[in-house]
Design a binder for this molecule. Structure first.
Ligand code: NAD
Length: 470
């Protein structure tokens, strides 16, 4: 047993540990009551405060906050409220012939005490979204949001205090050291959203206690544009999906692969749409947010300068302003394959464009990288679409749009390997925070009893028949 009594969060952890069975016993009606209280806080009491806090943190337009932070969590709550009674009911399971005389079911029991570590890019959505699934599952929860959006984290701490008691849900603010200290505790489940590098740290800390993990990570999500695509409609979606939240979206198009025959048309349409969305002077546009902080601004500018040194072509944008962490909506072509922009997740408003000639080239290129969180296809050629889906791997795919898969709570959301482990949203999120417990009940003696000891030749025959026929 690892001793954690000197951990600065052990008292809070122990409070939740003592309370976990009381919370776990709650009915679906009681859980719905809590979800409703959270919903009220987000859509009524604190709506304006949330918009203001995120605006202070990275100038996010309030409409983007409404849609991508408040609306998505409220929608998760509504979906959960509508389905919770059925998720918590016994799910009957089949009975094989050899087990005649028994019946079986599955019941979803709480994991126990859970830790949710969230990133800064959608601070409210990625903190409270998983919390909805954790509450639905009947858990107690400690939340650790990102230190990079301090105004929003402080506000979320207030909301949590207002809605929950500390022995059920608590929010701990602080830097990386806080997350490191929390990770030493023997949680029953950790739900982490962030980078693959930190995901590995979380998973190795969890391994010490055999704590289960959900890792919602990132990576380079490709966007593939075929000659059969309707370019104008494609661009409408790509420009929105890329520059929403200033490109700081885990499922934003990270790079575009465009068929060489439509490169010029693509770039012209892209320029026109970026202009229409963000004006000739995006720095003054109220629809365009900022890079979250100086560290990320410097990282992105370094990759931009690296591209320029490599004689890449800046098709649009490319300018920046250090005083406000502003980088213009940027599209870059003619990059060498070893450029930083084609090697690392960009997570900012810069989009590299690569051309291709054949579908095999696309498949080979995508598969040469880690499995992405999302892969987007713009095409109207069904064979092309199906071949790409069949021959590549990704957490999710949209055809002729992007980012919308996140808002369908009937779909599992998450990556695979480097882009994540486990799924979020709706029933899939509920499953992460619960254990599917199997229950088998014996009603009468069944055929299996014929095979109990002492063993003999007849029983061996019956066993062999069972292997062959059942
Ligand atoms: P990050 O991994 O740097 O930080 C995430 C959280 O981990 C923060 O709360 C931070 O305090 C904590 N943390 C940082 N270093 C740590 C350490 N050494 N030990 C323990 N905890 C630590 O990620 P970020 O910069 O906040 O977010 C960007 C990344 O998140 C991108 O890679 C993006 O693709 C990914 N992301 C994924 C999803 C998804 O749903 N799959 C959603 C949003 C962001």
């Amino acid at each position: 047993m690892i001793d954690y009594s000197d951990n600065r969060y052990s008292e809070l952890f122990n409070k939740q540990k003592s309370n976990q069975f009381a919370i776990g016993k709650t009915t679906y009606k009681e859980r719905i009551k809590k979800l409703k209280a959270l919903k009220r806080a987000l859509e009524k009491t604190y709506k304006r405060d949330i918009e203001d806090a995120i605006y202070k943190d990275f100038k996010k337009p309030s409409i983007e906050t409404d849609l991508t932070e408040i609306y998505l969590v409220v929608k998760e709550i509504k979906h959960t409220i509508s389905n919770l009674q059925s998720w918590l009911g016994k799910q009957s399971a089949g009975t094989p012939l050899t087990l005649l005389g028994t019946s079986s079911y599955i019941t979803y029991e709480p994991k126990g005490v859970c830790l949710i570590i969230s990133p800064w890019n959608y601070p409210v959505n990625l903190t409270f979204g998983p919390l909805v699934s954790a509450i639905a599952g009947g858990n107690t929860v400690i939340l650790k949001p990102s230190e990079m959006t301090p105004n929003t984290s402080a506000l979320m701490a207030k909301i949590v205090k207002d809605v929950f008691s500390e022995d059920e849900v608590a929010l701990v603010e602080g830097e990386v050291d806080v997350a490191q200290e929390l990770l030493k505790l023997p949680f029953n489940h950790i739900f982490f959203t962030g980078s693959p590098a930190v995901g590995k740290i979380v998973m190795s800390a969890a391994a010490k206690h055999l704590t289960s993990v959900t890792l919602e990570l990132g990576g380079k999500s490709p966007t593939i544009v075929h000659e059969s695509a309707h370019i104008k409609a494609a661009i409408k979606n790509i420009v929105w999906g890329k520059y929403l939240n200033n490109g700081q979206t885990c499922i934003a198009p990270d790079y575009v692969l465009v068929h060489e025959s439509i490169k010029t048309e693509f770039i012209e349409a892209f320029k026109a749409k970026a202009l229409a969305y963000y004006s000739e002077s995006p720095i003054t546009s109220e629809s365009y947010s900022r890079v979250v902080n100086e560290r990320h601004f410097k990282r992105l500018v370094a990759s931009l300068e690296n591209a320029k040194e490599n004689n890449a072509t800046i098709e649009i944008g490319g300018d920046y302003d250090a005083t406000s962490n502003y980088i213009a909506p940027t599209l870059i072509s003619n990059l060498p394959d070893d450029a930083t922009l084609l090697q690392e997740e960009i997570f900012g408003p810069i989009l590299p464009l690569k051309t291709y000639k054949t579908i095999d080239e696309v498949i080979t290129y995508v598969n040469s990288k880690e499995k992405p969180l999302a892969l987007y296809i713009y095409a109207h050629n069904r064979k092309f679409i199906n071949t790409i889906i069949k021959h590549t791997r990704a957490g999710s795919t949209c055809v002729n749009t992007n980012a919308l898969q996140y808002s369908n709570h009937y779909l599992p959301f998450g990556g695979s390997n480097n882009s994540g482990i486990g799924k979020a949203h709706g029933f899939f999120g509920f499953q992460e925070f619960t254990n599917a417990r199997s229950v088998l009940k014996r009603h009468t003696a069944g055929p299996l009893y014929l095979l109990f000891p002492p063993y003999n030749a007849l029983k061996e025959k019956i066993a062999n028949l069972a292997i062959k026929w059942f």
